[in-house]
Design a protein around this ligand. Structure first.
Ligand SMILES: Cc1cc2nc3c(=O)[nH]c(=O)nc-3n(C[C@H](O)[C@H](O)[C@H](O)COP(=O)(O)O)c2cc1C
Length: 216
């Protein structure tokens, strides 16, 4: 395959975070890509975080015994093969078919936890049934506290061991990407919250619609 062809297909072997970003940009409809790629408001925190991360470098060590290496660690009493956790991503199932299930399986394969978002497209039960490793559950606490209790009971029933409480967005839309229509969160349904008739999106995205853009 010529270099030119590779550049114009999705068949790019990703070697960096930027490569994964480029693959996502090529694959996803603009609105979905912007939702993942963008930060809040002026994206100044996003830029500052990127700058901070770029300043962190691996310290190269040479002439060391590398015959036994381990990246494993323990977080909240749980053994992790790598110091990485798949963070909750709302509407993940919009970006790939049954994405939360795929992500949970990938995390299990890698020996790390997957955290199911309150706003996941695939329901807790479906995700938990797909893996042996206990799934973590992220909770947005809404005004309707009984709703949060229902979600926690469901998480407990499917064997979730860790509850991740998000206290980030005290004011609606504070985490929404900017740039109006193109950068709004996708309007879709979450099976995790589907047990209630009304939309329970904490940022008041519209009523439930079809489950996934990529399933269509
Ligand atoms: C597209 C997107 C969706 C997210 N959805 C959620 C969510 O549903 N619940 C939540 O608690 N955090 C959510 N987050 C926050 C992430 O879980 C994570 O905490 C945050 O992105 C910081 O990690 P990072 O610096 O590696 O991106 C989301 C982040 C992004 C970029």
């Amino acid at each position: 395959m010529t270099q030119n062809k590779r550049d114009h297909s999705l068949n790019l072997a990703p070697a960096s975070i930027d490569d994964y970003r480029e693959l996502a940009r090529r694959k996803l409809p603009r609105q979905l890509f912007d939702y993942i790629d963008g930060g809040a408001f002026g994206e100044s925190t996003l830029a500052a975080n990127r700058d901070d991360l770029h300043r962190i470098q691996f310290r190269q060590r040479v002439l060391r015994d590398v015959s036994t290496r381990s990246l494993s660690t323990t977080v909240l009493g749980e053994e992790l093969a790598l110091p990485v956790i798949l963070a909750p991503v709302g509407f993940g199932g919009m970006f790939a078919r049954r994405a939360e299930v795929q992500a949970a399986k990938a995390a299990e394969h890698a020996g790390i936890p997957f955290c199911e978002s309150t706003l996941s497209i695939c329901g807790l039960e479906e995700v938990a049934a797909a893996v042996k490793r206990p799934v973590w559950f992220q909770l947005y606490v809404m005004k309707d506290r009984s709703y949060a209790e229902d979600l926690m009971a469901r998480a407990q029933a499917v064997g979730c061991t860790t509850l991740v409480l998000t206290v980030g967005p005290p004011v609606g839309r504070s985490t929404l990407p900017r740039r109006t229509k193109r950068r709004q969160r996708p309007d879709c349904a979450s099976e995790t919250v589907a047990s209630r008739r009304r939309s329970l999106h904490p940022h008041q995205v519209g009523p439930r619609r079809s489950p996934s853009a990529v399933d269509r």
